[in-house]
Design a protein around this ligand. Structure first.
Ligand code: B3K
Ligand code: ZN
Length: 893
C-alpha cells in the first residue's frame, strides 16, 4: 500500500477552468463525455504530462482539440491516464462508460431504489470520468443529462439553463454552476422523485428557491427538513453575515448512502435518515439530527465550497469549522426564545451532548493505533480519515480559537478569512493566520504560534491541577501542568520524539464550602469564571482574598479537549454537583461521581465480590432528581450514567462485560432506592397533546423515559404496566421506542416479543423504522451472536444498504458489550466475517466496522487474545481493500 504524505504536496501543473459533462444515463451502461479546457500553469514544465485519475471506467475515446489521440499520445494504467505533448492550451475530450447498477461502493455514480445518485468526496469523481480528482483543481461546470422518461427529475449543480424532449423520446436538461469548484462537489440525481419547496428572500433581497426531493409518497415527511433549511439560511446571515449565493438550493434524500449527507454545490445529497421525519416515525433525536445535519451541509457552502481545501490533509479546515458552526446553530436554536437562565441551561445541554460524543468516540481514537493530528501527516486511504478527530476534535480546536478571540473577534477573523481566500483552495495554516491577525491586535506581543501545535500533534493532553491555599495571606494558588505522551504513529518516531506544550484555554471557577461562587480577581478584573491561558508545560495563577480552601470548578464549558487530573474528595464532587453555577461543570461533577461508583462496582464484579452502591452517591443523585430549579432536559443529562465507552477509557484493562454488569446494577439500584422520585418524574413529565420536537417537551420525554427505564430495571411494582401502557398509547416514536427498548431490555413475559413482532408488521414498509427495529434488537442485553446471525437471515436484512448494516452489524459489534465481548471469541469471529463480507461490497463501510477492534491491546487478556486472532484473520485475507488493510495493519502494528 502506498502512503501519501502531507509534506509531498505538489501543485497541479495545469488549470482546468471549464468542464462540460454530458451524460447518457442508463443503469447498465452510462456514457459520459467530458470536455475540458486545460491550460498549462505559468511556471510548469512544457513537457509536464496531463495526469488524470480514473477508476472502474471503460474508455471509449480520447481526443485533443477535436482530433482523436493516437495510441502513443497517451498512456492508460489501472488508476490513471497520462496525456503527453499537450500545447499550452488545449481542449481535451474523453468519452467513457461506467456501470451504475453494479456499483455497490456507493462512490461515483450509482443506483438506489431505481434512481441515479452520485457521491464524489473524497475520490469518487474518478469513478465517473478521468479527471484531476484533487480539491485544488477548480473548474466551472456545464452539465447535460439525458435519460428516458422513467427518470423525470434530472438535477445537477447550479442553475437550470434548458430542458427539452429529444426526438428519441428521452429528456435532456442542462445545468450550469457559475462558481468554480473542485470535482468532489459535483453531483447529479436522476429519477422519479417528489419535492417540497419554498421561496425566500435573502438578506440582500434576492429571491431564492429552496427544495427538498424525496421518494413519491414521502412528501408529508419533509416539512421539518425544509423548515430547518430556512432556519440555517437565516442563521448564517445573522451570525456570520453569509448569504446563499445561488438562486436555487436543493436537498435530495436517498436510502443508500455511506455517510450522513454531502454538501455538493447547490445540490446536497442526504441519507434519508437525515431528511424524513414525522411524529409517528421519527424520534426527538432524529429531529435534532436532521436540523443539525441540514445546517452542517448548508454551512459548508461557505466553509468548504466557496473556500475549499488545498489537499485532503486539510480536511479539518472545512469539517472542524463546519461542525463548530453546526454546533453553534443547534445551540442557538435550542436556546431560542428562552430567558437567560433557561438559555444557559439549553446551551449546556447541547455542549454536554457534544462532549459526551467526543469522549465516547474521539478520546479512544486519540489513544489508539489510528491516532492522528486533526491535520494528518499521512494516509493510505483518505476515506479512513473522515474521523472523530478531524471532525469533532477539529471543531474543538476552532472553538478554542473562538474562546480566545471572543465572539466579536472570532467573527472578525472569519470576515478576514473570507476577504483573503474567497474562491481559493487553502490550508489550515491560512485559517489560523486570519484568526491570528485579529488575536495579535487584541493581545499585543502574543500570537498563535503555540496554538498551531493543535494541528500538528495527536493525542489528548492531560492537565494536572494543584491548588494551594494560605489562610494567613488569604491567597489561593492554582498550578496547571500539561503532559501529552506520543501516540499512534508519533511513537514510531522514537524515544527522543518530544511533544511540545499546547496553548490551552482553561476556564475555572472557585466555590466556597457553602457552595457559593467566589469572585476571582485576575488581571485587574473580577470574574465568576477565569480563563487561564496555559502556554507552557507548567504555570501558576494566584487569586487573592480567598478566606478558606475553595473547591475548584475546572475546565468549565469544556474549554479545551483535554483530560483533567484533580483529586477531588467525593464530598467536593457532591458539592459541585449540587451548586456549581456553571451548568456544564456541575454536570461533570456528577458524572465523575458516577464514574467512580461504576468503576468500583466493576472492580468488585471482577473480584467476585457482592455489589453495593454507595449511599452518598445515591443521595447526590436524589438531589439532582428532585432539584426544582433545573429543567428536565438538563436533569436527564445530569442523571444519565456515563457510557461504557467513556468508562472504558478509565480502566487499566478494559472489560466491557464487567462494565455492563456494573452499570446495570447501578441503574437498577437507583431505580429501587429512588423509586418514588423516579415515579414522580415519570408522572410529571408527560407530554400529552400534539407532538412537538421542541427542546422543552423533548427534554421532558428524555427525563420521563430515563425514569421509566430505571423503574423497569429495578423490577419495581407496576413499572412493566407503565411501560406497556406507554407503548400502546404513545403518540410519537420517541415514546414508543423508549417503552419498547425498556421492555426488551428489562421487561418480562411475552409482551416484549409480541410487541416487537407487531412493530415490524406495522412498519415493514418504512425502511427508517425497520432500521430502528433492527438496532433495538442488536443492542439488547439478551442478544447473542446467535441472535444477531438469526436477525441477518430476516428477509428485510441486507449488507448492501449501509443504514441496514449499521442498524444490525455495527450496533451489535460496537454497542452490545455482552454479545460482542464474549471470552469465547465468537463475537470477534462474527465481526471478522462481516468485515470481509462488507469489504467485497463497500470498502468505505467495511473499514468503519473494522475500527471496532482498534483498541484491542488495552483489553483484559481473556478478550485481547481472541481479538488479536480475529484481526489477524482479516489481515491475512487476500484481496483486502486498501481501506480495511490500512485499519487492520495499523491496529496490529
Ligand atoms: N463532506 C461530507 C463527507 C463525505 C465523505 C465521504 N467519504 C459530509 C460532511 O462532512 O458534510
Ligand atoms: Zn462536513
Amino acid at each position: 500500500p502506498i502512503t501519501v504524505y502531507r509534506k509531498d504536496y505538489q501543485p497541479y501543473p495545469y488549470d482546468i477552468p471549464e468542464v462540460a459533462l454530458a451524460f447518457d444515463l442508463a443503469p447498465d451502461a452510462t456514457e459520459v463525455r467530458c470536455t475540458m479546457r486545460v491550460q498549462r500553469k505559468p511556471g510548469a514544465s512544457a513537457d509536464a504530462a496531463l495526469i488524470l485519475d480514473g477508476e472502474d471506467l471503460e474508455l471509449v475515446s480520447v481526443g485533443v482539440n477535436g482530433a482523436a489521440l493516437a495510441a502513443d499520445g497517451y498512456h492508460l494504467s489501472d488508476h490513471s491516464m497520462a496525456i503527453y505533448g499537450l500545447p499550452a492550451e488545449a481542449t481535451v475530450e474523453i468519452v467513457s462508460r461506467c456501470k451504475p447498477s453494479a456499483n455497490s461502493t456507493l462512490m461515483g455514480l450509482y443506483v438506489s431504489g431505481g434512481n441515479f445518485f452520485t457521491q464524489c468526496e473524497a475520490e469518487g469523481f474518478r469513478r465517473i470520468t478521468w479527471f484531476a480528482d484533487r480539491p485544488d483543481v477548480m473548474s466551472r461546470y456545464r452539465v447535460t443529462l439525458r435519460a428516458t422518461p422513467e427518470y423525470p427529475v434530472l438535477l445537477s449543480n447550479g442553475n437550470l439553463m434548458a430542458s427539452r424532449q429529444l426526438p428519441d423520446g428521452r429528456n435532456e436538461v442542462e445545468w450550469e454552476d457559475p462558481f468554480p469548484k473542485p470535482c468532489y462537489l459535483f453531483a447529479l440525481v436522476a429519477g422519479n422523485l417528489t419535492h417540497r419547496e419554498t421561496q425566500v428572500k435573502t438578506a440582500s433581497g434576492r429571491d431564492v428557491l429552496l427544495q427538498v426531493y424525496s421518494d413519491p409518497g414521502s412528501e408529508t415527511k419533509t416539512e421539518w427538513a425544509l423548515d430547518s433549511l430556512v432556519r440555517a439560511l437565516r442563521w448564517d446571515e445573522t451570525r456570520f453575515g453569509l448569504e446563499l449565493d445561488l438562486d436555487r438550493f436543493m436537498i435530495v434524500a436517498v436510502h443508500d448512502f455511506n455517510m450522513g449527507a454531502m454538501e455538493n454545490k447547490g445540490l446536497n445529497i442526504f441519507n434519508a435518515a437525515y431528511v424524513l421525519a414525522d411524529a409517528d416515525t421519527a424520534t426527538d433525536a432524529n429531529y435534532e439530527g436532521i436540523e443539525s445535519v441540514i445546517g452542517h451541509e448548508y454551512f459548508h457552502n461557505w466553509t468548504g465550497n466557496r473556500v475549499t481545501c488545498r489537499d485532503w490533509f486539510q480536511l479539518s479546515l472545512k469539517e472542524g469549522l463546519t461542525v463548530f458552526r453546526d454546533q453553534e446553530f443547534s445551540a442557538d436554536m435550542m436556546a431560542h426564545g428562552m430567558d437567560a437562565t433557561a438559555a444557559a441551561s439549553a446551551r449546556a445541554v447541547k455542549r454536554i451532548d457534544d462532549v459526551v460524543a467526543l469522549r465516547a468516540a474521539q478520546f479512544p481514537e486519540d489513544a489508539g493505533p489510528m491516532a492522528h493530528p486533526i491535520r494528518p501527516e499521512s494516509y493510505q486511504e483518505i476515506g479512513n480519515f473522515y474521523t472523530a478527530t478531524v471532525y469533532e476534535k477539529g471543531a474543538e480546536v476552532i472553538r478554542m480559537q473562538h474562546t480566545l478571540l471572543g465572539e466579536e473577534g472570532f467573527r472578525a477573523g472569519m470576515d478576514e478569512y473570507f476577504r483573503r481566500h474567497d474562491g481559493q483552495a487553502v490550508t489550515c495554516d491560512d485559517f489560523v493566520a486570519a484568526m491570528e491577525s485579529v488575536y495579535i491586535g487584541q493581545h499585543p506581543g502574543r500570537d498563535l504560534s503555540v496554538f498551531r501545535r493543535w494541528y500538528r500533534q495527536a493525542g489528548t493532553p492531560r492537565v494536572t491541577v494543584t491548588l494551594e491555599h494560605d489562610a494567613a495571606t488569604r491567597r489561593c494558588t492554582v498550578t496547571l501542568t500539561q503532559d501529552c505522551q506520543p501516540v499512534g504513529v508519533e511513537k514510531k518516531a522514537g524515544a527522543d520524539y518530544v511533544k511540545a506544550p499546547y496553548h490551552i484555554p482553561f476556564a475555572i471557577g472557585l466555590l466556597a464550602r457553602d457552595g457559593s461562587a467566589l469572585p476571582l480577581r485576575l488581571d485587574g478584573a473580577v470574574h465568576d469564571t477565569a480563563l487561564l491561558e496555559l502556554t507552557t508545560q507548567r504555570q501558576h495563577w494566584v487569586f487573592d482574598d480567598i478566606a478558606e480552601r475553595p473547591v475548584p470548578s475546572l475546565l468549565r464549558d469544556f474549554s479545551a479537549p483535554v483530560i483533567v487530573d484533580y483529586d477531588w474528595a467525593d464530598e467536593e464532587l457532591a458539592l459541585l454537583s449540587a451548586h456549581d453555577g456553571n451548568p456544564f461543570a456541575r454536570w461533570e461533577a456528577g458524572q465523575e461521581l458516577a464514574t467512580r461508583q461504576i468503576l468500583a462496582l466493576a472492580e468488585a464484579r471482577q473480584a467476585g465480590r457482592t455489589l453495593h452502591a454507595d449511599a452518598a452517591f445515591i443521595d447526590a443523585w436524589r438531589a439532582l432528581l428532585t432539584d426544582p430549579a433545573i429543567d428536565a432536559a438538563y436533569r436527564a443529562r445530569a442523571l444519565a450514567l456515563p457510557s461504557e465507552k467513556t468508562l472504558a477509557e478509565r480502566m487499566h484493562a478494559v472489560d466491557p462485560p464487567a462494565l455492563a454488569v456494573a452499570r446495570d446494577f447501578l441503574r437498577a439500584e437507583l431505580g429501587r432506592q429512588l423509586a418514588p422520585e423516579f415515579r414522580q418524574a415519570f408522572e410529571q413529565n408527560q407530554t400529552p397533546g400534539e407532538y412537538s420536537p421542541a427542546p422543552v417537551p423533548a427534554g421532558m420525554r428524555a427525563l420521563k423515559n430515563l425514569a421509566l427505564s430505571h423503574l423497569l430495571a429495578a423490577g419495581e411494582h407496576d413499572a412493566q404496566r407503565l411501560a406497556e401502557q406507554q407503548y400502546e398509547r404513545a403518540g410519537n416514536m420517541t415514546d414508543s421506542m423508549a417503552a419498547l427498548s425498556a421492555l426488551i431490555n428489562y421487561g418480562q413475559g411475552d409482551f416484549p416479543q409480541e410487541a416487537l413482532a407487531a412493530f415490524y408488521d406495522k412498519w415493514r414498509d418504512n425502511p427508517l423504522v425497520v432500521d430502528k427495529w433492527f438496532a433495538l434488537q442488536a443492542a439488547a442485553r439478551s442478544t447473542t451472536v446467535q441472535t444477531a446471525r438469526e436477525l441477518m437471515t430476516h428477509p428485510a436484512f441486507t449488507l448492501r444498504t449501509p443504514n441496514r448494516a449499521r442498524a444490525l452489524i455495527f450496533q451489535f459489534c460496537l454497542n452490545n458489550a455482552r454479545g460482542m465481548h464474549h471470552p469465547d471469541g465468537t463475537g470477534y469471529a462474527f465481526w471478522a466475517e462481516q468485515v470481509l463480507a462488507l469489504d467485497a461490497l463497500n470498502p468505505e463501510i467495511a473499514a468503519r466496522l473494522a475500527r471496532a477492534l482498534d483498541n484491542w491491546s488495552r483489553f483484559v487478556p481473556a478478550l485481547r487474545t481472541p481479538m488479536q486472532a480475529a484481526l489477524e484473520r482479516v489481515r491475512a485475507h487476500e484481496g483486502l481493500s486498501r481501506n480495511v488493510q490500512e485499519i487492520v495493519s495499523k491496529a496490529l502494528e
